[in-house]
Structure formats: C-alpha cells, structure tokens
Ligand binder design. Structure first.
Ligand SMILES: *[C@@H]1O[C@H](CO)[C@@H](O)[C@H](O)[C@H]1NC(C)=O
Ligand SMILES: *[C@@H]1O[C@H](CO)[C@@H](O)[C@H](O)[C@H]1NC(C)=O
Ligand SMILES: *[C@@H]1O[C@H](CO)[C@@H](O)[C@H](O)[C@H]1NC(C)=O
Ligand SMILES: *[C@@H]1O[C@H](CO)[C@@H](O)[C@H](O)[C@H]1NC(C)=O
Ligand SMILES: *[C@@H]1O[C@H](CO)[C@@H](O)[C@H](O)[C@H]1NC(C)=O
Length: 377
C-alpha cells in the first residue's frame, strides 16, 4: 500500500509533463498553388519549450529548415515567423516538381510529425507541333489531332470557329471531346477552321486553330443564265464556282477562242474558301456581242464549264422639262415601251426568270422586271 502511494503521484507527474510538451495546433493541409506563384505551408506548435521545429521534403528526404534557419540551398525557400507558434514555409515561384509531401517535425523523444501536401497546378499548353493546315479530298476521311500538357491533365474539346455542326461518328454535334477528331466522308462545306481547346480548370485555357481544306473538283453555275446589256454600256456575267484548290478561269464566246482581256473584256474572280465568283465584264456592248459566253473552270481535280447568254437592250433618253429621265427599253428587235424607273423599283421581285427561255424572245413586262439590268446612268 505504501508503494502504491508513491507511484501514483509519480505517474500523474508524467502525464502532466507529456501534456505540457509540444503539440500541433491544426491538422495536415492540402495546399494548391498555380505554377509561378508562391506557396505557403503552415505548421503551428504550442508548448515548444527547448525543442526545435524542422521542415523536411518527404520525397527527397531533404531538410529544408531547422528552427529559425533555412538549411536548404534552394534560394526559393524561406521561413516566416509571424505568430510565435507558426512556422510558415514559403516556396517562391512554385514549380511542378515542388509538388509533394512536406513534413513538419519536432525533435521530441519520440518525435512528432505532421505532413502537408503541396499540389502545383499548371495551366494547359498545346504541345502538338502538327500542321495548322490540313488537306483532304472530298468524301475521304481525315483525322485531326491535338494534345496538351498541364496539371491536372487537360481535356480537349473541338468546335468549329463558325459554330457549324461537326459530323463525327454517326452524329452531328457542335462540340466533340477527345484528342482525336475523326471525320469521315468529309463534304466540301467542312472547309474552314476547327478549334481544339484545352482546359484543365487552371486558367487560361488555350486553343489551336486548324484550317481544313476539303479539296473538290470544280462545278460552275451561272448566277443568271441570261443577262441583258444596254447598247454602249457594260454587262457583267457571273459564274458561281465551287472548287478547291482555287481554279483558273477563262472565258470564251461563240468562236470558242479564249477572250483577250483589255478594254473590251475584263475578268475577275473573288474567292472565299471553296466558293468563287468569276465575273466577265463586257464593255461597250454592241449587237455583235450577243450570244453565249462560257466560263471554263479548271483545277488539278477536274474541269467544268457553264454558259451565260448576253442579249442587248437599247436605251434612248430624252430629258423632259423637269429633270426626270424618260427611258425607252428595246429588247433585240422587239420594242417595248417601258418606264425605266419602274424597272429598277421592281428589280428585286422574288419570282425567278426561267432559265429555259431563249434570248430571242419577246419578254413580257413581268419578265423584264426580273432581268439583271444594269442602269445606264
Ligand atoms: C488531402 O488530400 C488527400 C488526398 O489527396 C486526402 O486524403 C486528405 O483527406 C486531404 N486532407 C485535407 C485536410 O483536405
Ligand atoms: C447531320 O447534318 C447533315 C447536314 O447538316 C444531315 O444531312 C445529316 O442527316 C445529319 N445527320 C444526323 C445524324 O443528324
Ligand atoms: C481516330 O483515328 C485515330 C488515328 O487514325 C485512331 O487511333 C483512333 O482509334 C480513331 N478513333 C476512333 C473513335 O475511331
Ligand atoms: C472512312 O471512315 C468510314 C467510317 O468511319 C469507314 O467505314 C471507311 O472505311 C473509311 N474510309 C477510308 C478510305 O478509310
Ligand atoms: C463602242 O463600240 C463602237 C462600235 O460598236 C465604237 O464605234 C465606239 O467607239 C466604242 N466606244 C468606246 C467608248 O469604246
């Protein structure tokens, strides 16, 4: 019984001593930082007494700090002591390789430790060095590929710059996810820019623009099969072309010879993607200029041609007492009195002039209104 009386106070002393020893305030933390920023891991210890707090890097078994001293030669590491209980380890300009476990350790016997985790995030970057222009023949398959780096691993989304749907697999979609965009049986309308966008929740997201050229053999179509030109004035013949690569265009008249461009004929072409408008301007229209013109279109994949008929209109102007111009329109040999002003007003009526009509015809007033007439004044 005597012995017991002695032991009990001794035990209670031990318990009190242990309770007064160093203990951590707060728990382990997961700290997330974006690459290039500063990261701080904080360890709080109370009742430190004579003991020392050290920071270690677990993965490399490196001692970073002991007490108030920075041990590592890594000049990006520093220790901040604001609060007397806080031991804040700061890593300036965090790098991906800095990610991992850091241990806060107190040299008690046995030692006590607390492990903190640092995660370094890296915004996405497109690492693909693939071509930004891709060519495919119409109705063939093509695969676009994009890959990105970043932490966490970025996801890739594809979309069209013009927001057009993408036909992939068996569906039409405005967005497609995945590094591969496998397009099958590509139509010419798919010519255009695709964007591959990489995101991983760490701003900024990045994108790469890939221009797809769907090569197709030429097709040609007259904007208007028949064009009326006023005698002495000029007339424009428009040939709507689809072809990629951009075709060469030449024009012929009845004799089949290529027209020589100059004061009489001027040719031009305007292109956008696979669509082109070839224009032949016939100046100083005379009766000898009537008849069929052909636009011939050629690219490495093929040829096409289309005919457009030019007929003449005669204008005779007389100036009245008021400054209004009174114009008479004559179609080939047939004279139809018609006020010019009214023609212009009704030019945009929706009904289409039939393409089957021959040019040597008497045009009704209604048909007249729908002709592609260029005003002479
Ligand atoms: C830290 O993250 C790990 C897993 O990454 C998780 O198990 C742990 O609970 C997290 N701790 C805190 C304090 O959020
Ligand atoms: C996808 O769109 C094209 C034209 O835009 C259409 O011809 C086709 O039927 C559509 N397919 C599906 C599965 O919706
Ligand atoms: C897309 O094409 C790539 C390369 O040709 C191939 O590895 C991949 O399996 C294809 N994916 C699908 C869904 O067909
Ligand atoms: C193109 O893709 C379709 C469907 O993905 C496949 O059936 C066809 O065999 C492919 N054609 C070529 C030439 O690879
Ligand atoms: C227009 O053509 C006629 C012959 O059809 C010619 O006499 C006249 O000089 C030409 N005018 C111009 C401006 O070239």
């Amino acid at each position: 019984m005597h012995i017991m009386n002695v032991i009990i106070p001794a035990l209670s002393f031990c318990v009190i001593a242990a309770k007064d020893g160093p203990t951590f305030l707060g728990t382990s933390t997961n700290v997330t930082v974006v690459e290039g920023r500063d990261a701080t891991l904080t360890c709080k210890v109370e009742n430190l007494h004579k003991y020392k707090v050290a920071w270690l890097r677990v993965d490399t078994q490196t001692i970073l700090t002991i007490g108030p001293h920075v041990i590592t030669k890594n000049h990006r590491v520093s220790l901040t002591r604001g609060d007397p209980q806080a031991w804040a380890l700061t890593l300036r300009d965090a790098r991906l390789a800095d990610g991992g476990h850091y241990m806060c350790q107190v040299n008690t016997e046995p030692m006590i430790t607390q492990t903190h985790n640092l995660q370094v995030l890296v915004p996405p970057d497109i690492v693909d060095s693939g071509s930004s222009e891709v060519m495919v023949r119409e109705n063939e398959n093509v695969t676009l590929h994009c890959s990105a780096s970043g932490t966490p691993q970025p996801s890739i989304t594809w979309r069209r710059e013009d927001s057009m749907d993408i036909h992939v697999g068996l569906r039409n979609t405005s967005k497609w996810s995945g590094a591969w965009l496998n397009l099958s049986s590509v139509p010419r309308q798919m010519t255009g820019a695709f964007l591959c966008i990489a995101t991983n929740g760490v701003p900024p997201s990045v994108s790469k623009r890939i221009l797809l050229h769907v090569l197709c053999k030429p097709s040609a179509r007259a904007a208007h099969k028949m064009i009326g030109g006023y005698l002495g004035d000029s007339a424009a013949l428009l040939c709507e072309v689809e072809a990629l690569p951009t075709p060469t265009v030449y024009w012929t008249h009845i004799d089949g010879n290529r027209l020589q461009y100059g004061a009489k004929y001027q040719a031009s072409i305007k292109s956008q993607g696979y669509k082109h408008t070839a224009t032949l301007k016939v100046n100083n229209v005379s009766r000898e200029d009537i008849g069929a013109y052909y636009c011939h279109v050629e690219n490495p994949l093929g040829i096409a041609s289309e005919d457009i008929t030019l007929y003449t209109l005669v204008t005779t102007s007389t100036t009245s007492a008021t400054t209004q111009v009174d114009t008479t329109v004559e179609v080939t040999a047939v004279t139809t009195a018609h006020p010019y002003v009214e023609l212009e007003l009704k030019e945009n009526e929706p009904e289409q002039f039939s393409e089957e009509d021959n040019y040597v015809v008497v045009l009704s007033q209604h048909q007249m209104q729908n002709l592609d007439l260029s005003p002479s004044s």
